[in-house]
Write a protein that binds this ligand. Structure first.
Ligand code: PLP
Length: 378
């Protein structure tokens, strides 16, 4: 249907072999592939990060909140511009999500000031998102603020595996880093996620939360290392299976090159759209920040009919999307939030459009998308 789709998998015979080796090997869950993937991901993050592979990014966020004892009566500050998973998990643990506005029409992440404004004595945690793969400019300052005030810091790194600030990798600034490996992410598995922490005690709690609070695994018993198990705390089943972990390891090897390629294509978009009425955010990035360019968001001129633009692109068989519809428009959250409290996010949400971006895209395809877009808004 699409000539240029929003995202294409970067899979080849290596992912096929990885899955086929697991299936023929006969061990399907929480085995050597999980260990391999977690160890490699920990090395990728650096700083001695401990990692636990989980079933998806939402599970990772849920576990992070539970590990930090966030519950009824607590407030959690989250960005107003993010995927609904962040607001859902906070509500589901019985806490209240408090929205921090985007910084500006250029910097779509929340700022130290917008977080500080929302902190009260009830604040138990802050969730930072590195939107579109661009590290939150104030992550260091927000991390310091949380330490000073004894507030938990969760990094939602779903968009930003490999992004860095001063050489330090996103996911290692807070208490817990939460990654998603959903199909369209920079590291694609289909469904999958990772929790990371530098804290040994939190790592232990996260391990219990992932697997029923059990003190030994099926593999330990299979290998004769344990006969039975204790349950140290209540837990869930948020495990990843071996097939996914095997794909994850292959994708992790491909990630650095894929991230670089996304950067080149983003530069191409910038040069093609420069001087046009369509603007691209994050134009002014500090040199010590490295983005991983998860998606290609643009801001359409005021009063543009966005639905008509999406339709015009569709006629040329070019797929586009919106990241994100605002929470206050969702049936579940009507009345809980107001656009007036997040005016910058509200403006972005009205005019935002996401264009195709994936590592195997060509420069020619970028040019086709830009030409079609400029024609549509002319
Ligand atoms: C910012 C953000 N947070 C969390 C998630 C949830 O991840 P998953 O779909 O793996 O549950 C996503 C996924 O789209 C996301 O984009």
């Amino acid at each position: 249907m699409w000539e240029i789709q929003l995202f294409k998998l970067n899979f080849d015979h290596l992912e096929v072999k990885a899955v086929s080796d697991v299936v023929t090997g006969g061990w399907l869950s929480m085995g050597e592939e999980i260990n391999k993937f977690e160890t490699a991901f920990g090395a990728f993050l650096g700083d001695g990060a401990h990692c636990k592979a989980v079933s998806n990014g939402t599970a990772a966020l849920h576990m992070a909140l539970l590990a930090l004892d966030v519950g009824p009566g607590d407030e959690v500050v989250i960005p107003s511009l993010t995927f609904v998973a962040d607001v859902n998990v906070v509500n589901l643990v019985g806490a209240s999500p408090i929205l921090a506005d985007a910084t500006s029409l250029d910097n779509w992440n929340m700022s130290l000031e917008s977080v500080e404004q929302q902190i009260t004595e009830k604040t138990k945690a802050v969730i930072v998102v590195h939107y579109a793969g661009y590290p939150c400019r104030d992550i260091m300052a927000i991390s310091q603020l949380c330490r000073d005030k004894g507030i938990g810091l969760i990094e939602d790194v779903a968009h930003a595996p490999g992004a860095t600030v001063d050489g330090k990798v996103c996911g290692t600034f807070g208490d817990v880093g939460c990654f998603s490996f959903f199909s369209n992410k920079n590291l694609s598995i289909g469904e999958g996620g990772m929790v990371s922490t530098l804290d040994v005690e939190l790592n232990k709690r996260l391990g219990y939360l992932r697997s029923h609070g059990m003190t030994t695994l099926t593999l330990d018993r299979h290998k004769g290392r344990a006969i039975t198990y204790d349950v140290a705390q209540p837990g869930l089943n948020y495990r990843m299976d071996e097939m996914r972990a095997a794909i994850g390891s292959v994708q992790l090897d491909k990630l650095p090159a894929g991230n670089l390629r996304r950067g080149e294509l983003t530069d191409r978009y910038r040069s093609k759209l420069e001087g046009s009425p369509v603007t691209m955010p994050f134009a002014h990035q500090a040199s010590n920040f490295t983005s991983v360019y998860h998606i290609l968001p643009v801001l359409l001129p005021e009063k543009t009919d966005r639905v008509a633009v999406i339709g015009a692109l569709k006629e040329k068989r070019i797929q586009s999307s919106i990241h994100y519809p605002p929470f206050w428009d969702f049936t579940a959250y009507k009345g809980q939030f107001s656009p007036n409290d997040s005016p910058v996010t509200a403006d972005i949400c009205r005019r935002q459009l996401t264009l195709p971006l994936f590592p195997t895209m060509t420069e020619d395809e970028v040019d086709q998308v830009c030409n079609a877009l400029l024609e549509a808004i002319a």
